[in-house]
Design a protein around this ligand. Structure first.
Ligand code: THU
Length: 128
């Protein structure tokens, strides 16, 4: 699975974005270590905080299926800016790995790659 293929999967996922409020269609494709791909899209709600980001839809689907070994994550959205993951999604990814390639794409040929450790250098971890 190469970078462009994962971006393509994220782009396809963005087609089903439910985003009547922001009109911002985001798609995510998460590749797990066993070679499976889980996709997600953003799902908005009239009660704005009830909405969900594309990345977490994909990640929660993987976790629900017992796949918590993560390889890489592509995020796709068309627009002027690269669709960097929000802070909450960075924290949620960090729960499962501190080493995952994150591909941030505004087209299939225009993307940047970061590791989660760069995007969230100091993560919150629960301890008592
Ligand atoms: N959004 C995502 O899907 N992922 C992010 O990391 C940031 C924001 C969505 C949420 C909302 O539907 C729209 O983008 C505008 O914030």
């Amino acid at each position: 699975m190469d970078t462009k293929q994962l971006i393509k999967a994220a782009k396809e996922a963005s087609i089903h974005s439910y985003s009547p409020y922001s009109k911002y269609k985001v798609g995510a494709a998460l590749l797990t270590k066993n070679g499976k791909i889980y996709t997600g899209t953003n799902i908005e709600n009239a009660s704005f905080p009830a909405g969900m980001c594309a990345e977490r839809v994909a990640l929660f689907d993987a976790v629900k299926n017992g796949d918590t070994e993560l390889e890489s994550l592509a995020i796709y959205a068309e627009g002027e800016n690269y669709p960097f993951p929000c802070g909450i999604c960075r924290q949620v990814v960090s729960e499962f790995t501190r080493d995952i390639k994150i591909i941030i794409a505004k087209s299939e040929n225009d993307y940047v790659i970061k590791n989660i450790s760069e995007l969230l250098p100091d993560t919150f971890e629960f301890s008592i």
